[in-house]
Ligand binder design. Structure first.
Ligand SMILES: NC(=O)C1=CN([C@@H]2O[C@H](COP(=O)(O)OP(=O)(O)OC[C@H]3O[C@@H](n4cnc5c(N)ncnc54)[C@H](OP(=O)(O)O)[C@@H]3O)[C@@H](O)[C@H]2O)C=CC1
Ligand SMILES: Nc1nc(=O)c2c([nH]1)NC[C@@H]1CN(c3ccc(C(=O)N[C@@H](CCC(=O)O)C(=O)O)cc3)C=[N+]21
Ligand SMILES: [Mg+2]
Length: 304
């Protein structure tokens, strides 16, 4: 792919096809899984714990399971009721920590309010923390000269999309909008590790548009449709839209459609490249989860 170049007025941004890139990565992973199986007779295993019956969470978990199957990765699933005790979740995590067929453990977030997320994420063995949410893995991400065992999937997917689209990160100004533990903050840490100069915009930021306007690379992870306007962008910027927002749309069979945080129409006239929603970062998140699970199995089995 050609690297996106600064474009003139009314030019149309390159669409970064996350679905296509994710598919390529999933094929690479499937080939590696099969090579591993032939060589040592073991395949990677991913365990997912889902508590409660949020519809979106159930959809994501189903998609992860399908993606595992297609790549030859074993998947294990535990579903618990919304009102389960935290101890029940911890018990299942402990069992997966000890299970040699499991190389990755994912606890679907958000957890029900009565559970302590920190306790639960702390319980996952760092060796199997394929979400990269264990505080030790996050802490290492933030430190110079330290390397986490796993990097969170969505931010890793953003970097991989930039890399595979030929976008240089080193020396560029990056602005991340959002500072959550699962997307914004690790995305900022990762961009910084790639030698970008990083600014984080959040809900208390006074002049977000002025700050975003300086960015060569914008990563938006807020959860508000159409928040980032074309006028916020520097001409030629590369825009990675992580947001997934359901907006009413009577013309869709489901009655709603998914859009990002960025006003796509406007952005595509100003940016040099932009990720669509759906079909951008979302599919990359799942591809990175498979990639982390494969890497974990290789590490545990000492297979290169
Ligand atoms: N594509 C994918 O694979 C994934 C997509 N998502 C999507 O990404 C989006 C973000 O998810 P997540 O990080 O979990 O969300 P959170 O709600 O946890 O975090 C949102 C962040 O955005 C900030 N924010 C809220 N409103 C504004 C505003 N008006 N201006 C600037 N910053 C604001 C918040 O600031 P503050 O800290 O001050 O409250 C917070 O840091 C959602 O749409 C989610 O669905 C999430 C995970 C994966
Ligand atoms: N422990 C944990 N790890 C996560 O990684 C995690 C989580 N909890 N909780 C929720 C968020 C959200 N998330 C997404 C994954 C894939 C798509 C995805 O594939 N999206 C498709 C659209 C899917 C659809 O049509 O509904 C797309 O953007 O094209 C979206 C969002 C992972 N998360
Ligand atoms: Mg969240």
């Amino acid at each position: 792919m050609d690297a996106p170049q600064p474009s003139g007025a009314e030019a149309s941004a390159k669409v970064i096809d996350g679905k296509l890139v994710a598919q390529q990565i999933r094929e690479e992973i499937a080939a590696e899984v099969s090579r591993m199986k032939d060589a040592i007779g073991a395949v990677p295993g991913l365990a997912v714990i889902l508590v409660g019956d949020r519809k979106d969470s159930a959809t994501y978990v189903r998609n992860k399971k399908k993606a595992c199957e297609a790549a030859g990765i074993n998947s294990f699933e535990v579903r618990l009721q919304e009102d389960s005790a935290e101890a029940e979740v911890l018990k299942h995590i402990a069992a997966f920590n000890d299970d040699p067929a499991v190389h990755g453990i994912l606890v679907q977030l958000p957890l029900p309010k009565h559970m302590n997320e920190e306790n639960v994420l702390n319980a996952v063995s760092i060796e199997k923390d394929v979400d990269g949410f264990h505080p030790l893995n996050i802490g290492r991400l933030a430190m110079r000269g330290r390397d986490p065992l796993f990097v969170p999937c969505t931010p890793k997917g953003c970097i991989e999309l930039l890399r595979r689209s030929g976008v240089q990160i080193s020396g560029k100004r990056a602005v991340v909008i959002g500072r959550s533990n699962i997307v914004g903050m690790p995305a900022a840490l990762l961009l910084q590790r790639e030698d970008a100069t990083v600014t984080i915009v959040h809900s208390r930021t006074k002049n977000p548009e002025e700050i975003v306007k300086q960015a060569d690379i914008v990563v938006s992870a807020v959860g508000q449709s159409n928040m980032v306007r074309g006028s916020w962008l520097k001409p030629g910027a590369v825009v990675i839209d992580v947001g997934i927002n359901a907006v009413e749309d009577a013309s869709c069979s489901r009655g709603y459609k998914l859009v990002g945080d960025v006003c796509y129409e406007e952005a595509s006239k100003v940016a040099s490249a932009v990720t669509p929603v759906p079909g951008g970062v979302g599919p990359m998140t799942i591809a990175m989860l498979l990639s982390n699970t494969l890497a974990s199995a290789k590490r545990i089995h000492n297979f290169q």
